[in-house]
Design a protein around this ligand. Structure first.
Ligand code: PLP
Length: 393
C-alpha cells in the first residue's frame, strides 16, 4: 500500500533512468518520452550540460536566502530581461507561485497609484494557472474549485469562444475595477489552444485603451516551447507581466515573474518574498538551460522540426479522419484532438512505447524535448500511425 495520498491518477510505470528523449523503466522497457515531465525537461533527460551545471554549483553553494545578493540570480534575471520585454524579475519555485505573484503585482500597481479598488483580474473560464487557492479561482473551473470554498473573489471570466475578432463580450467584461487581463498565450491543460495572433493584438490594444495590465501566462508555452522564446512574440506585442516556470529549469523547480519596470516599481521591500525562490542551485541550472536555448539557431531548429512534425501529423489526420479531429498547438506544444475520449489512445501509444499525456477536450498532448531529433519524431509518427490504424478497425 502506498503511503502517498491519492490525488494523482498515476500510471503503473516507474523509471530507473532517462537519456535525452528516452526513458528506461524499472521493468526493462524503453520508452520514447514525449511528456518530458509535462513540458519541463526542455533539454531532455540527463543532459550533460545541466548535470555539469548542477554538480559544479552543488559543490559551492546551494542556498543562502534572499537576505543576501545572489550573483547567479542576477545573471539569470539580466539574461531574461535582455532577451524580452521585461525589465525586472522576481524568482519563485513553481508556476502557480509565479501566477500568484503576477496577480499580486497587478493589484499592487494600482494600489500604489491610489486606486486600491481596481483589483479584479479578468481570466478565461476553464483556463489553468496552477493549484493554489487563488489560482484555482482564477481558472474559474468547477472541477478545480469544487470543495475548496469559500470562493476567492477578485476574478471575472470570459469564455474562450468569445475570443473571436472584435470580442463583443470582452469589452463588456472590462469594468472600472478591472486591473488586468490574464490569459495563457497557449491554453495548455485546457486543450492546447493558442490564442490567435489577431486576438492577442486586440488584447494589447484594449489593455492600452483601458489603461489596464496584460498578463500572459507562459508557464507552459514559454522558454522556446512554441518555437519562439515566448509564444506572444508571434503576435509582435509586449505584455506587462509574464509568469514562467516549467521549461526554465529543465527539470529543476524554478518559477519566475517577468515584468516591466513600471509595474515592478510598486514591489518595494516587504511586499513579496519566497524562502527558496531564486536560490543559487536553481539559478545555475536556469542559466545552463538558457545557454542552450539562446544558442544561435536553437529556436530556428525548434520551428523547423515542429513544422515537419505538424505537417506529418496532419497527414496522419487526413488518413484517419474518423480518429483525429484536429492537430493543434504551436511549436513543440502539440495537441491531437480526437473524436472520442483520449485515454485508450494514450494507453495504446504507451503500449507501443510512446509516452504522451492528456489535456482537456479529448486532446492527446505531445511534448518532446526542444532538442528532439528528427529520427525520434519519425519514430513517434510511426507509432501514432500504427495506433490510428488499430483504432480505425
Ligand atoms: C503548469 C502550469 C501552471 C502551474 O505550474 P505549477 O508549477 O504546477 O504550479 C500555471 N500556468 C500554466 C499555464 C501551466 O501550464
Amino acid at each position: 500500500m502506498s503511503a502517498l495520498a491519492k490525488n494523482y491518477n498515476r500510471r503503473k510505470i516507474a523509471f530507473k533512468r532517462g537519456k535525452g528523449s528516452f526513458l528506461y523503466s524499472t521493468n526493462g522497457k524503453k520508452y520514447l518520452d514525449f511528456v518530458q515531465g509535462i513540458a519541463v525537461n526542455s533539454l531532455g533527460h540527463a543532459n550533460p550540460k545541466l548535470i555539469r551545471a548542477i554538480q559544479n554549483q552543488s559543490r559551492k553553494i546551494w542556498h543562502v536566502s534572499n537576505a543576501f545578493l545572489i550573483p547567479e540570480g542576477e545573471r539569470l534575471a539580466k539574461r531574461l530581461t535582455n532577451k524580452t520585454f521585461a525589465e525586472n524579475v522576481i524568482f519563485q519555485n513553481s508556476g502557480a507561485e509565479a501566477t500568484e505573484a503576477a496577480i499580486k503585482v497587478a493589484r499592487r500597481y494600482f494600489y500604489v497609484k491610489g486606486k486600491p479598488k481596481k483589483n479584479k483580474i479578468l481570466c478565461i473560464k476553464n483556463s489553468f494557472h496552477g493549484r493554489t487557492i487563488a489560482a484555482i479561482y482564477a481558472s474559474g473551473s468547477k472541477k478545480m474549485t469544487e470543495g475548496f470554498g469559500p470562493k476567492v473573489t477578485g476574478f471575472d471570466h470570459i469564455e474562450f469562444k468569445d475570443f473571436k475578432p472584435r470580442f463583443p463580450n470582452l469589452k463588456n467584461k472590462i469594468k472600472k475595477n478591472t486591473a488586468a487581463i490574464m490569459v495563457e498565450t497557449v491554453m495548455g491543460e485546457g486543450g492546447i489552444k493558442p490564442i490567435p495572433v489577431k486576438c492577442l493584438k486586440y488584447l494589447r490594444k484594449i489593455c492600452n485603451k483601458k489603461k489596464i495590465l496584460l498578463i500572459l501566462d507562459e508557464v507552459q508555452c514559454g522558454i522556446g516551447r512554441s518555437g519562439k522564446f515566448f509564444a506572444y512574440e508571434y503576435a509582435n506585442i509586449k505584455p506587462d507581466i509574464v509568469p514562467i516556470a516549467k521549461g526554465l529549469g529543465g527539470g529543476f523547480p524554478i518559477g519566475a515573474l517577468l515584468m516591466t519596470k513600471k509595474v515592478a516599481s510598486s514591489m518595494v521591500p516587504g511586499t513579496h518574498g519566497s524562502t527558496f525562490g531564486g536560490n543559487p542551485l536553481a539559478m545555475s541550472v536556469g542559466n545552463a538551460v538558457l545557454d542552450e536555448i539562446f544558442k544561435i539557431g536553437f529556436l530556428k531548429n525548434v520551428q523547423k522540426i515542429s513544422k515537419y512534425f505538424h505537417l506529418e501529423l496532419n497527414k496522419i489526420k487526413n488518413d484517419y479522419p474518423h480518429v483525429i479531429k484536429e492537430v493543434r498547438g504551436l511549436g513543440l506544444l502539440i495537441g491531437l484532438k480526437l473524436f472520442n475520449n483520449q485515454n485508450k489512445f494514450i494507453k495504446k501509444l504507451e503500449d507501443n512505447k510512446l509516452l504522451t499525456i492528456k489535456a482537456a477536450e479529448n486532446v492527446v498532448r505531445i511534448l518532446p524535448p526542444l532538442n528532439v531529433k528528427k529520427s525520434e519524431i519519425n519514430l513517434a509518427l510511426k507509432i501514432i500511425k500504427k495506433v490510428c490504424r488499430d483504432f480505425n478497425t
